[in-house]
Every structure is written in C-alpha cells, then in structure tokens.
Design a protein. Structure first.
Lengths: 458, 435
C-alpha cells in the first residue's frame, strides 16, 4: 500500500477520507486427515468517503490506479450530493483530531501451506493415536491481515496493519446413546499462524484437558432452566463484556435507542465491575487488535465504559460523538475494502479483581460453572445471550456432573449488578468475528466472574 | 431465462480462460476458474434519517487446481492483474503439492448453464423513493420506532466459470434489496431490536409495508416495548414466525451438507427415504429466486431438488467432493434458494391451536449441538394463552431438540413471507421447555 494524495474537494466537503485497503485471508480445514478446505484470498482496493451538506457519500473500486482513484472520488462526491434529494440539512461539525503514524506487527516468518498442513496432520495423528475412540478429529487454521492506508482532509495520514490467527481443534465423541458430542480447543493471537504455538508438544496438555471434559460431557445432564448462581470462567468474561454491555455502549446503538443512553453516571453494575474497550495497550502489553488511529483517522483512546459499577461513556465515531456531544474514541472501523467505517469494539474487557476461581466455586451451594462459549448476541435492552458448550453443576461448593450445551442469558443491568466475585485472572482471545452489518475482528478478555443469570434447560 | 454465450461480459470469460491456461501450463491436471464482478448501489438510512449513498465494485477471480490428487484454492481481488495471477498460480501449485493426496478431488466436466434474471441496471430514483417510503411509513404508522439502520439497494452480479473438464457456466443476476433494523422506544422503555428484509426482482408495484413483512415487523416491535418475563417453567407450544423458521431450515441443511457427512456426525446420513419430520413439512429448492443462480460453487448446474416430501427425507446434499469422499449421491446446490410449501391452516388458526406458549419472532441462541439440542432466548415474541396472542415477552428461554422439533410440527400456515432466498410460513410446534 502506498500513500495516496489528500482528497481534493476539501473546500466543498466538510470532511473526506481516502483509504487504500488490502485484506489477505487463508483458511485450512482438515477433517479426519482429509484437507477439505485449503484456500487463500486477497481483496484490495481504494475507497473514498465524503461528508457534505449533512450527508455521506461513499464509493469503492477493486483497483487503485490514478484514474480509478479519481473516478471513485467523483462518485463518492456525486453520491453525497445526490442525497440532497431528501432536503438540505445542516452539516455537523465532526470532531476527531489528527493522527500521523504507521503501525504494523512484526511477527515470525509466516508458515508455508506445507508447514500448516504438517502441523494439522501431526495434531490429527496424535489425537487419533491417543484417543482411538473418537468419532472425528477436525483441525481448522485461519489467518487474516488487514492493511489500511488512510488519508483525511483533517490531516491524518495513517498506516494500520492488523493481523490475527486462530486455530481450532475439534474432538467429536459419541454419547452412550450414539449421539455426537463435541468440544474444541481454541488458540488465537496477534500475527500469523507462525506466531501461534501449534506443535503437538505445546498443545498436548490442552488437548488432554479437553478430552477429559469431553468424556464427562458424553454423560452430561441437561441444565435446569431458570435463574442460577453461575461462575463464568475467564474464557467467558470477554464475551460477557462484549455482548452484555459492549454493544449497548456503541455510540450508534445508543443513538438507535439503547437503554444505556439514559444511564451515564448511574450505577449499572456491582462495584466490582470495571469494563474498558482498550484502543491498543493493556498495561505495558500491546493488545491483539491494536488500533492507534481508527479508519476516520481519529487518534484512538481507551473508552472506559463502566468504572466500579458506574456507566461512564460510550465508544464513538466522529459522527456519533458529534450527535451525542461526547468525545470521540477512535472506534470507527471498516472490515473490507468496500465497507464504510462503523462504530466497533476493539479490545473489550472486564478488569480482574482479587478473588480465586477455586474459592468462587467453593462459595456456591447450588449453581453452575460455565467454561466455554460459542456464539453470542446483544440487544438494545442489554438483554444478552451466549451459547455454553462446556459447563458443570456445582453442588455444595464442589463440581458435579457435566451439563449439555445450553445458553446463558439475562439483562446485563441485572446480571452485572449481581456480580459478587471477580477473580484475579486475565484471559484474552481474538478468535471470533463480531457481526454488525459488516464482520469485524475484535479481541475480548477478562477474569472469572460469579453472578446470577438465566440458564436455558428443562 | 436463457442467454446467448455472447451475453456474458467478455472480460469475465477472458479472465477465466487466462487463469485456466496458466494453471494448465503450471502443471495442474484439473482446474476451475471463476471470474466474478459485483456492482452495488446502496442508499442507507440511520436513526430515522437518510444518511449515506454508496457505490461499490468488487471483482474476484477464484481458482482451484488439482495435481497428483492434491488440491488448493485461491481468490484474487482483481480480474486484470496478469502479473499477480501468474504469481498466484505458481504459489497455488506449491500449495497443492503440500496438501495430502485425496482421490475425491476432481472438477466438474461438461456442465453448461446460462442464467440471466433480474434488473441489470439500478434505478437510483427508485432506491431513493423506497427509502422515502420507508421513512414515511415509520413516521405515519409506527412513530415510536427508531430505525437504527435500513437500506434500499440494487446489486448486479456477473460470473463466468470454466473448468479443464469443459464445463462452461455463466450468470448475470440483478436484484433489489430492502431491509430495516430498529428498536421501539417510549420514554425510557425500549423493545428488543428487530429486523427484516429481502431481495426482489421488482421493487415497484407493492407498498414497502407489504414486502418482506416490514410493516408487520414495525407494528409488532412497537407492541414489544412493554415486555415481561413469562414467569413460569412449563412445557408448551411455539408458533415460529418465518424469521425463526429460517433457523430450523439452516440447521437441517447443515446436517445434510459436506462437513457433517464427511465427519460422520450427521443425524441423517442413513435416513434418506425415512420420515424425519412432520408429514406437514415440504422443503424444496427455489434456485431461481432473486440473487440466486442455479449454479453450484463447484461448477455444476443445479436442477430443482426436494429435500423433505411430506416429512420424508428425499435427499442428502453433498457437493461433488463430498459425494466422492463419502460415496453418497452428488446433489449440487447453489448458495441459497429454499422454501417450505404453504400449509393448509390459516395463520390465525395456527395460533388458535396453542393452549399455552409463545409466538416467536426470533431465536437468539447458541449453535445447536451436533445432536440438535438447543436452548435460546425468544426475542420479538408474544405469549399465547388459550389460543390468543397476549403480552410481549422478555427474558424468556425455550429449550428442546431441533431434530425433534421438525418431527413435532403440528401446523403450517397458508401464508408465507417471501424474502427472496427463503420463502417460509408460520409453523406450530409442541413440546418446548419454557423457562
């Protein structure tokens, strides 16, 4: 990606941005030793977005030669001007600031496809030999690299390069009645697949634990539906943060009527809960999805959403900040070359406390320990859900039987207010996609949390 | 509708031919190349106001090569990048040689298709009129609705696929889209968000309120501002609205596809010809739906197919590779285009048949497990008591088993909602656990 000229038309447009964007992805899937998917893709192009007369115009094309850039620019301006068909409206003064800089992660030399296949075959072979009763062993590797060069009429000139890689190992067994039962182990991190420890030696201890859980899950019992005390393991706190209060704290969702809009400055969670959408660092560590300036060229800063239980602020783009009268946070991001920036989370976490997970379990007379999650969903009411595919009963402070797949849900305002213990752990992952008109790579993290929530079940 | 070969844009055919030539020269024994171009014009609204007009162009050159029984695939983002293609083909050859041998790898041979339907050119005035109509509908009939986002769009997709086996398939599709998503608010009280949308060949002629269930969705959502938990644990019935029925269809189609069949985890692999669902259920293709070309990703023409006939499983849906891998009969399918046949019961009577349960607009749930077990929140939903729709529900979950739900369908409505890729009725199912 090379820099492109500052957009012309700056005098006519209140704001304009040009983005050259390249997105490289690869994906390999091995099912029982057969490589069923081996594909890579590269998608690139140039886009232009213009804010003029209170309306936005956007255009993109897959090539980025000079003539195409000029054509895309004209089209974006024509699109903004075509919107005046709906009548004139005052243009907002878009806040945001300026950022100039380049940020790229320098990781290990990427794995070749042959090296990826070797690792997948080794993991499959080890699982097959070690656990001959398994019905199926599946390994999935994915990596993607976003490289964006952005120039804005405000003077921002940014190169953002974000890479993330994920590995799933899925073990499938049979229950006593012959039904398939599955669990997976997941690795994710910044950089390419070479930056993940994919060797059998590195993964064996984790696979041993997953296999033990799988054996317990073969004889799992249904969860009892209804309100329960649940201990959510560190792998769940991130998705709790993301779904329960992350989405309802996005500026565009707030403008769309989310109940959080009326709650700034009010207690929305236990005093034990502090929740932050980090821009690029947590302490001294650069996070998995580091955003130094967003795709509007706004310098990115941490958004402290909940501080000791009190709702403090929201994540913002330039426009939502202007509409809500709040400070921008640098949270506007676009997924693909043809996408316009939307308010998106970056690295969302609940901060660790001081409790120990074992003590948190011991303090539950009748409840559940929830350890692994699948997908989740948020709502403007703060009513959230996420799937649970590994959990156990807690009886008298001790772990009991495994439970079948279930769903945990609740109103975030009620669940977070019920939090009575937060562990000192901090676990991050960046394996999934957040979906909101466009997909997006995000990371999430947190400690173990004990709260009251609703479990689906009989 | 058919089209002459010359109707396909020459650039796409040339790009696919060039890729095949390079792949042959590089040593691939079998190869497939698909050149695709998508142009999209989209008019967006946000927060009850028109906000953004966008025009996007996407190109894609997808190549798959097989050498010595080893396969790899790649996609490039430009059609005319000769140097990039040459380099990528060479890299693809190395990728393929690194893959394990698998006798199931092959490409299609002697398949031919030409598919043309839908409006090729965008009527931008029509897009603007549609957004204006949506906004006027909201203001006039459901003023408590906040349309967080919505759009009217036109898309044109052109593709040309060639294989070394002599397959030659092309399409040119055009369609319009409209969708809305939003929340109803009254003071500090808010509903759950709700959404609907779909694709059509013709955006004129029918009020937007009557398309894709948009008008009903807006009215329902306003009635969901004052939602309450169901407040009891019981076993009852659900009437799934079409949006929720789509989750059942998606799960069943997944069970019939490659991943589950190859892994041996499908519940249905040995069930073809058997009764796996209620006799009231008939699921079949509509591969001529707006935005759908009757061409599979692995380069086969896709004739119509019945999946469920009176509840009996008529077929599995393995791809060419999945078929060769499992020994099951190959059934090519495109990316979408399905319908459940209309039933014999009026929608109101589907609801009247429920003694205690819920009318469910949307299932918010984790992925059902491999055996079909699931639990999830029911969103945009109303309780049903003694056959009558009552108050809106919040914080209410149901659990059950999707495979069992398909068997337990007790009524299928005459009315359906057609969103283009799916056309689905309301269905009543018993035996769900509420909590």
């Amino acid at each position: 990606v090379t820099a492109i000229a500052t957009p012309d038309g700056a005098t006519a447009a209140a704001y304009a941005e040009s983005r050259r964007h390249e997105l490289r992805k690869s994906r390999l899937v091995m099912i029982d030793g057969s490589l069923t998917v081996s594909t890579s893709s590269v998608e690139g192009g140039v886009s232009e977005r213009i804010y003029e007369n209170g309306y936005w115009g956007f255009a993109s094309a897959p090539t980025s030669d000079g003539a195409t850039v000029a054509r895309v620019r004209r089209q974006a301006r024509d699109n903004a001007r075509a919107m005046t068909r709906f009548g004139a409206r005052p243009a907002l003064r878009l806040p945001g600031g300026t950022y100039r800089g380049e940020h790229a992660y320098i990781g290990r030399t990427p794995l070749t496809p042959a090296e990826c296949v070797d690792r997948m075959a080794a993991l499959t072979g080890w699982c097959r030999t070690r656990y001959p009763a398994l019905k199926s062993v599946q390994v999935m590797l994915q990596q993607e690299h976003h490289r964006k060069q952005l120039v804005t009429t405000d003077g921002s000139d940014v190169l953002n390069s974000i890479q993330r890689a994920t590995c799933y190992v899925i073990l499938v067994a049979e229950s006593d009645d012959g039904a398939p039962v599955e669990l997976w182990e997941r690795l994710s991190g910044k950089g390419s697949l070479a930056d993940l420890e994919l060797s059998v030696e590195a993964l064996a201890p984790r696979l041993e634990r997953i296999h033990e859980h799988l054996q317990a899950k073969r004889r799992a019992v249904p969860a009892q539906g209804g309100q329960h005390t649940v201990v959510m393991g560190p792998d769940l706190a991130g998705i709790l943060a993301h779904e329960a209060m992350g989405h309802p704290c996005e500026g565009d969702i707030v403008l769309g009527g989310a109940v959080t809009g009326d709650l700034v400055g009010q207690r929305v969670a236990s005093e034990l809960v502090t929740m932050v959408d980090y821009a690029h660092h947590h302490g001294a560590d650069e996070l998995m999805i580091p955003v130094y300036a967003d795709d509007e060229g706004t310098p990115a800063r941490d958004a402290v959403l909940i501080e000791r239980g009190v709702l403090k602020e929201f994540m913002q783009s330039r426009e939502t900040a202007a509409r809500l009268g709040m400070a921008p946070t640098g949270s506007a991001r676009a997924y693909a070359p043809g996408d316009e920036p939307l308010v998106r989370m970056r690295n969302t976490a609940i901060l660790p406390g001081t409790s120990r997970l074992d003590d948190m379990i011991a303090g539950v007379d009748d409840g559940y320990l929830l350890l692994h999650t699948s997908n989740g969903q948020a709502d403007s009411t703060t009513e959230f859900m996420f799937g649970i595919n590994l959990g156990y009963e807690i009886k008298g402070g001790r772990l009991g039987r495994a439970i079948r797949d279930t769903t945990v849900s609740g109103s975030a305002l009620k669940v977070l207010q019920s939090v009575d213990a937060v562990s000192g752990d901090m676990v991050w992952n960046c394996s999934g996609y957040c979906g909101k008109k466009q997909p997006m790579v995000v990371s999430m993290g947190g400690p173990a949390i004990r709260a009251r929530a609703h479990l689906g079940g009989e | 509708m058919s089209m002459a070969a010359t109707d396909t844009p020459a650039q796409l055919r040339r790009a696919a031919e060039r890729a095949l030539e390079l792949m042959r020269a590089c040593g691939f024994e079998h190869a497939q190349a698909s050149a695709v171009r998508v142009a999209r014009a989209e008019l967006n609204l946000n927060h009850n106001e028109p906000s953004l007009m966008r025009s996007t162009e996407v190109e894609r050159l997808a190549i798959t090569g097989v050498v010595d029984g080893r396969r790899a695939s790649a996609e490039l983002g430009e059609l005319d990048d000769a140097a990039g293609l040459e380099a990528r083909v060479a890299a693809l050859h190395a990728d393929a040689l690194a893959a394990p041998q698998d006798k199931a790898h092959a490409v299609s041979a002697s398949e031919h298709a030409r598919v043309v339907h839908g409006p090729a050119e965008a009527d931008l005035r029509l897009l603007a009129d549609t957004v204006a109509e949506l906004l006027a509908l909201r203001a006039r009939e459901t003023p408590k609705m906040m349309l967080e986002e919505g759009l009217a769009a036109h898309a044109r997709l052109e593709a040309h696929t060639l294989t070394t086996g002599g397959s030659d398939l092309a399409c040119r599709l055009g369609w319009y889209e409209a969708s809305v998503m939003g929340t109803a608010r009254d003071g500090r009280r808010a509903s759950s968000f709700n959404y609907t949308g779909g694709r059509t060949h013709e955006l004129r002629g029918t009020p937007i309120a009557e398309r894709f269930g948009i008008g009903a969705m807006l009215h329902d959502t306003e009635r969901q501002i004052d939602a309450r938990p169901i407040g009891a644990k019981f076993v009852g019935d659900v009437v799934l609205m079409p949006n929720a029925v789509a989750d059942l269809v998606g799960w069943l189609l997944g069970q019939l596809g490659d991943a589950e069949l190859i892994a041996g985890t499908s519940l249905y692999r040995e069930r073809v010809g058997q009764l796996v669902a209620s006799p009231l259920l008939n699921l079949k293709s509509r591969f001529d739906a707006p935005g759908v070309a009757a061409i599979s990703p692995d380069a086969f023409a896709t004739p119509p197919v019945d999946v469920l006939r009176d509840g009996r499983l008529a077929t599995l849906l393995p791809s060419f590779y999945g078929s060769r891998k499992t020994g099951l009969a190959h059934v090519p399918t495109p990316g979408g285009g399905w319908e459940i046949a209309a039933g014999a019961t009026a929608r109101a009577d589907v609801v009247h048949g429920v003694r205690r349960g819920a009318l469910v607009g949307r299932l918010s749930m984790g992925h059902p497990s491999s055996n079909g077990d699931f639990s999830g929140l029911i969103k945009n939903s109303f309780s049903i008591e003694n056959g009558e729709v009552a108050g809106a529900l919040a914080e209410t979950m149901i659990s059950g088993n999707v495979a069992q739900m398909l068997k337990d369908v007790a009524a299928v409505s005459r009315e359906r909602i057609d969103t283009g890729a799916l056309c689905l009725p309301w269905i009543r199912i018993g035996g769900l656990h509420f909590s």
